[in-house]
Design a protein around this ligand. Structure first.
Ligand SMILES: [Zn+2]
Length: 346
């Protein structure tokens, strides 16, 4: 989850303890058995129109005041924003996955996601929210980092299902699946973390990772920790933030285009409804997330579902559903990268 400003930070200590216990078990191994690099049905999902409504009329600025406090919100207040602690600043990004060498560049790259070389020459940054090891490094992740218009925690532990499947495990698994799909389409894919570091990185480092990787676009993957009665997914787009070291003005419009594509493609691929407890028509716009405030490449967050809700938790725990989720993300990124010249943001 990305911890909204309005959500109270209460219970965080207890939650960290709970999460720590859960994470002590297997780390991110569950998803691997379903791992496959094949894109079974890319075009089908990609062409399906979103069942629901038109793009939300989202306000250009974050709405900390309008969102009601989530009584059962589990995550820490702060969110997915990373900041960089002194000792973790130079952690290298995970090496990019090279596109399949056998693919030949397509002269006219159509937008069909299944085309092998459609993304040749493009670089995608995937940001798996949190880190399975964060719960064991609370001192490091609680450090405050500068996100331009505020200071926030370096990173948070994230939420988890009642059964103890953590958000960090989920986000890493889905990101790896999406990486495989995108690499198969020719893209160079960089993960902010690949289970290869003990904690973090902080939100500001996550934000910088897009530029560091020379990425064309970035998506941060999350699962929410909302009220148990609420379900559905939503996409978070950046509000314009020009404050302190933050200036994301240049990415607001393209990120909105990405957000709309992601909302539609994720919905088509998974059948997951738009969140009924937060956002509007599956879309939100926020100015309190370092990962968006400080990004200089188009970027959005997706809260794939509410891990505190039993229906969503069942889906998110299912490797097959996670593959669909990954396909929705990969399809949206593919559409973004293959149509941006034609479909310019208003
Ligand atoms: Zn999260």
């Amino acid at each position: 989850m990305t911890g909204t400003a309005p959500r109270p930070p209460r219970r965080s200590a207890l939650l960290r303890a709970t999460t720590a216990a859960a994470v002590a078990v297997p780390l991110c191994t569950a998803g691997w058995f379903g791992w496959r690099a094949l894109d079974h049905s890319g075009p089908a999902g990609a062409t399906a129109a979103p069942a629901a409504s038109a793009p939300a009329a989202s306000s250009p600025t974050a709405d900390p005041a309008s969102a009601p406090p989530a009584p059962t919100a589990t995550d820490q207040p702060g969110t997915a924003d990373p900041g960089a602690p002194a000792d973790g600043t130079a952690a290298p990004l995970t090496p990019p996955v090279a596109p399949p060498p056998s693919t030949t560049p397509a002269a006219e790259a159509p937008s069909a996601p299944a085309d092998a070389a459609v993304l040749t020459g493009r670089t995608v940054l995937l940001d798996p929210g949190h880190n399975p090891g964060n719960s064991a490094h609370t001192a490091e992740i609680n450090r405050q980092v500068d996100i331009g218009n505020a200071r926030k925690e370096c990173d948070t532990t994230g939420t988890e299902t009642n059964a103890g499947y953590t958000e960090a495990e989920y986000t890493l698994d889905v990101s790896r699946r999406a990486r495989a799909l995108l690499a198969a389409r020719g893209a160079t894919v960089v993960l902010v973390q690949d289970g290869d570091r003990p904690w973090g990185p902080c939100v500001d480092e996550r934000a910088r990772a897009g530029a560091d990787a020379h990425a064309d676009v970035a998506v941060s993957v999350h699962g929410d920790g909302g009220p148990a009665s609420g379900s559905g997914f939503h996409v978070i787009m950046p509000a314009r933030v020009v404050a302190g070291k933050a200036d994301n003005a240049a990415i607001v419009a393209p990120s909105r285009r990405l957000g709309l594509l992601l909302r539609d493609r994720f919905h088509a691929a998974t059948g997951e409804p738009y969140a009924d407890y937060i956002a509007k028509d599956g879309l939100d716009t926020r100015s309190d997330l370092g990962g968006l405030n400080l990004s200089t490449v188009p970027k959005v967050f997706i809260e794939c579902g509410n891990m505190r809700n039993s229906t969503d938790a069942k889906r998110m725990t299912d490797p097959q559903w996670r593959q669909q989720a990954a396909r929705g993300i990969a399809d949206a990124l593919t559409a973004f990268l293959t149509t941006q010249e034609k479909t310019e943001e208003r």
